[in-house]
Design a protein around this ligand. Sequence first.
Ligand code: C5P
Length: 222
Amino acid sequence: KLPPVIAIDGPSGSGKGTIAKLLAERLNFFLLDSGALYRTAALAALDRRVDLTDEVALAQVAKELDVRFAVHDSQLQVYLEGREVTSDIRMERVSMAASRVAAIPAVRAALLQRQRDFRRLPGLVADGRDMGTTVFPDAQVKIYLTAGAEERARRRAAQLRGEGVSVSLRDLLEDIRARDALDMNREASPLAAAEDAVELDSTGVDIEAVLQRVLTLVLDRI
Ligand code: C5P
C-alpha cells in the first residue's frame, strides 16, 4: 500500500502553500511544493535564454532539471544546479514564466514522476494545481482552497512588503488574474477541483481557522 497523500490545490495566493507547510509540520509528513518545481524549471529556462515558445527545448530543460529541496528553520530552500534560488523563483517574471512553461504537456510529463517520488512514509502533503486530479488521483484527502482575487493580491502584497519588496496592488491583481486565466484555461491539467475534493474558501478567514478545518478532515480520513 502506498503512503498517504494529502493533496491541496488552488490558485496562487489562496493560502495553500502556508496550509500545506503547517500541515506537513503537524503530521511530520513530507512536503511537495510542486509550484516551486515549475518555477525552478522556468528559472532554468530564463537563465539559459530558452525561447518560452520552444516546447521541445523547454521539455528538455524540465527533463534535465537539477533541482534539490531542503528545509531549513522550517523554510523550504530550493537549489538549482547547487545554487540557492529560493527567492529568485518568487520574482514576478519567474511566476509568469512558470505559468507559461507549466502549460506545455511535455514539460508536465517530464516532471510527473519526480513529483510522485515525494510520496514516502509516513506520508506526503502536496500542494499545487493538479495534485488531486493528475499527480495523485488516489490521494486520501483532497482539498481545493480558494479566495477572492482581491484578497489574494492583498496577501501577496503584504508578503512581498514584509520581504522589503515594494509593489503596486493593482499590478499584483493584474498578474494574479492573468495567471489564473492561464492556469484554468490551459489544456494540460488545468487548475480545477477534483470531483472528490473538499472546497474551502479562505476569503476573510484567518489561516489558523483554515488549518483547523483541514486538520479535522485529515484526521477523519488518515
Ligand atoms: O503555486 P505557485 O504559484 O508557486 O506555482 C507557480 C506556477 O506553476 C503556477 O502559476 C502554475 O502555472 C504552475 N503550477 C502548475 N501545476 C502545479 C503547480 C504549479 O501548473 N501543480
